[in-house]
Design a protein around this ligand. Structure first.
Ligand code: NAP
Length: 489
């Protein structure tokens, strides 16, 4: 065994073993990292299911938060959310608490690992926005039978994730960034990521940029995955796509990840606590060790990272010592033996694959002020009032036109789940009891002031209609800050 070269610096890292197989794979990972000779002061901390069961609903003790605040670098095993304890996942709490906005998930065709795409030389990275989108978790029941979840996408969040994608491409010597969105349907939210990428891409002239619709991206990933280099995408899309990509190459036991923020970085395997195989010394520690490889690069320990990565490739390629999930018909090795084999292979290189030559990631500096873009001119020209109504759209339309008569607002149209149903545009629609009623200003200047809106709401309520929320219709720099309904003129 050859020791890796290292910088000689001492790094502090918070190590969280977590639940299930977590402590076993974390122990194995620490052993491999320590064997490189890189100096790390491990701050061993707790989080997850066991903590919840002891009565702390968040699953993240104060001591753990304090440790991360001090070290700014975490290597974490999987955390369980046990049914009946705590409502929120401790993982999500950690990601949100330290604003870990970017989730980086590499997917690589590894030597000696069987699978439907083995040998196709897949080598891509999914860069997923990690804190916004539907995962903001803002949900409301609009009526007893209609639920709503808000999809929040911000220019600031898009700037961070797009810049991270391009910077990662540069650091890893990659050539192309695909930005995958559903902007064809969600023009304002998903469209904001597309537009932000188009604004930012010219400042990365050395990296090619292409927009791809997310569903086509899924299709292309399954047919021609080798065409992708870096995929930047929103939270929900990224959640699904990155699980798909880990399935392309070897599965969960081999998939690493990093959660990146301006202040702090957290590295973890993609897999969960795998309770059925916990405590048996059979789990594959590769995913967590590869996560530690990403951590070593973050710490500037590039030589040690390459040593560990190459040793993993040799171990997998030789196929003599493999854990049960990838051993196939061969006699499986324990987690402990597999870990020892990796350390034993330090200094060797696989005949098929070599670790990439990485440069440090130049983390994007996006201002931390809440407002990132301001419109030069804006005005409110109307409002969408969401109303509960058990009857049909014509009945509701007549009621609303009557109640708005003489007020500062006039009814433009009514939609049901996004499709205009009043005035009817034809077609056969099936309505639910939540209607979006679009009112525009009736005044000559086209502006709807707050007193006019309040008057409108009072008239709606006085007519015995229950409204659950309103959205102002804003015009920003002369352009509508809202989308039209399906079928709306
Ligand atoms: P999982 O723990 O990833 O396990 C699913 C299956 O994948 C396991 O049963 C096992 O398959 C295989 N597997 C996963 N990791 C492996 C490894 N290192 N080596 C060998 N095989 C491995 O998914 P889950 O059962 O859906 O989730 C269990 C718990 O983990 C849940 O409480 C969930 O919330 C939590 N979770 C946490 C994280 C995180 O902390 N980031 C992520 C995902 C899930 P076989 O049974 O075929 O051996």
């Amino acid at each position: 065994m050859a020791h890796a070269q290292h910088t000689g610096k001492t790094h502090r890292v918070t190590l969280i073993g977590g639940d299930g197989i977590g402590p076993e794979v974390a122990r194995a990972t620490r052993k491999v990292v320590d064997a490189t000779g890189v100096r790390i002061e491990w701050d061993e901390m707790e989080a997850g299911g066991e903590v919840m069961k002891r009565g702390l609903a968040t699953g993240v003790p104060k001591a753990t938060i304090d440790s991360i605040t001090a070290t700014r670098c975490v290597l974490k095993g999987p955390l369980e959310t046990p049914v009946g304890y705590g409502e929120k996942s401790a993982n999500v709490t950690l990601r949100k608490m330290f604003e870990l906005y970017g989730n980086i998930r590499p997917c690589k065709d590894l030597p000696g690992v069987p699978g439907p795409f083995a040998g196709r030389k897949i080598d891509l990275v999914v860069v997923r926005e990690n804190v916004e989108d539907l995962y903001a978790g803002i949900e409301h029941m609009q009526t007893p039978g209609v639920a709503q979840c808000l999809k929040i996408i911000t220019r600031k969040g898009c700037e961070k994730i797009v810049r991270l994608g391009f910077e990662l491409a540069r650091a890893e010597g990659r050539r192309k960034v695909h930005v995958a969105t559903k902007a064809n349907i969600m023009k304002m939210t998903e469209g904001l990521l597309k537009k932000t990428a188009e604004d930012i891409a010219p400042s990365y002239a050395d990296i090619a940029h292409e927009h791809i619709i997310i569903d086509n991206c899924a299709h292309q990933l399954v047919r021609y995955p080798e065409q992708f280099d870096v995929i930047v995408t929103t939270n929900m899309n990224g959640d699904i796509i990155s699980d798909l990509t880990s399935g392309l190459t070897g599965g969960l036991g081999l998939a690493p990840s990093a959660n990146v923020g301006n202040e702090c970085v957290m590295f973890e395997a993609v897999h969960g606590s795998a309770p059925t195989i916990a405590g048996k010394d059979i789990a594959n520690p590769t995913a967590m060790i590869l996560s530690a490889v990403m951590m070593l690069r973050h710490l500037g320990e590039f030589a040690a990272a390459a040593t560990v990565e190459n040793a993993i490739y040799v171990t997998l390629e030789e196929g003599r010592v493999l854990t049960i999930d990838i051993a196939g018909d061969a006699e499986p090795a324990s987690t402990t033996r597999f870990t020892e084999a990796i350390i034993h292979n330090f200094g060797r290189k696989s005949s098929k694959m070599e670790a990439r030559a990485y440069k440090p990631i130049n983390l994007p500096h996006v201002p931390t002020t809440p407002v990132l873009v301001e419109a030069k001119a804006r005005r409110t020209i109307g409002a969408d009032v969401f109303v509960e109504f058990a009857g049909g759209p014509d009945e509701l339309g007549r009621k609303l036109e009557k109640l708005a008569a003489g007020s500062p607002a006039k009814l433009k149209m009514i939609s049901n789940r996004g499709t205009q149903v009043y005035p009817s545009q034809g077609g056969i629609t099936d309505c639910v009891d939540q209607y979006r009623c679009r009112f525009l200003s009736a005044s000559p200047d086209g502006v709807m002031a707050d007193p006019g809106l309040i008057d409108l709401l009072q008239r709606v309520a006085a007519a015995g209609l229950r409204w659950m929320h309103i959205e102002k219709l804003e015009e920003l720099d002369g352009k509508p800050g809202y989308t039209k309904a399906q079928g709306e003129e």
